[in-house]
Design a binder for this molecule. Structure first.
Ligand SMILES: Nc1ncnc2c1ncn2[C@@H]1O[C@H](COP(=O)(O)OP(=O)(O)OP(=O)(O)O)[C@@H](O)[C@H]1O
Ligand SMILES: [Mg+2]
Ligand SMILES: [Zn+2]
Length: 151
């Protein structure tokens, strides 16, 4: 018997193993706001079988696009995406931090060209994945405070 804390969903996406304390940031990334039009369940501070605690977000009738997945990887590198079809886990994968981060983060340097209303998309190189460290290709500023700068 499977144990569920919320009603199972027929179709949608379960974002599992979210770093504990980041579920609300994940909601912001996937655009869940007051005017949301699908059912969303948020579980915070759930015991994890692996170790410690995790958050979980379940969204009905939605799949995530690649940019959303990249942003989730930046703030929660071990998150697992489960695509639910007809109540079953049809696909499962761990998000992956891409080698190049383009257009999904702003540079923390206010003087950077990417913050000057020029038609330049912010772009970063991943210097390290754990802890996640990004270097702006324009001004070389290192950003470690990812969640503050995700667009
Ligand atoms: N129909 C569903 N509705 C809502 N949540 C579901 C549904 N099916 C699975 N889940 C949730 O999706 C996640 C992955 O389900 P799965 O059955 O693969 O669990 P698991 O074996 O613990 O996976 P993992 O090894 O990734 O931790 C779990 O959090 C589970 O509660
Ligand atoms: Mg599990
Ligand atoms: Zn910069």
């Amino acid at each position: 018997m499977k144990e569920f804390k919320v009603t199972p969903i027929r179709n949608g996406t379960v974002i599992d193993h979210i770093q504990v304390g980041t579920a609300l940031k994940v909601l912001r990334i996937i655009g869940v706001k007051e005017d949301v039009s699908s059912t969303v369940s948020v579980l915070m501070h759930v015991p994890s079988k692996k170790a410690g605690w995790k958050d979980i977000v379940k969204i009905e009738d939605r799949e995530l696009d690649p940019k959303e997945l990249d942003k989730i990887a930046l703030i929660s590198p071990d998150a697992t995406i489960n695509i639910i079809r007809d109540f079953n886990v049809a696909e499962k994968f761990v998000v992956e931090v891409p080698q190049k981060i383009v257009g999904i983060m702003k540079c923390a340097n206010p003087g950077c060209i990417t913050n000057k209303n020029e038609p330049v998309e912010p772009e970063f190189v991943v210097e390290s994945k754990k802890p996640i460290t990004l270097r702006c290709i324009y001004c070389d500023r290192i950003t470690t405070d990812i969640s503050e700068n995700v667009i």
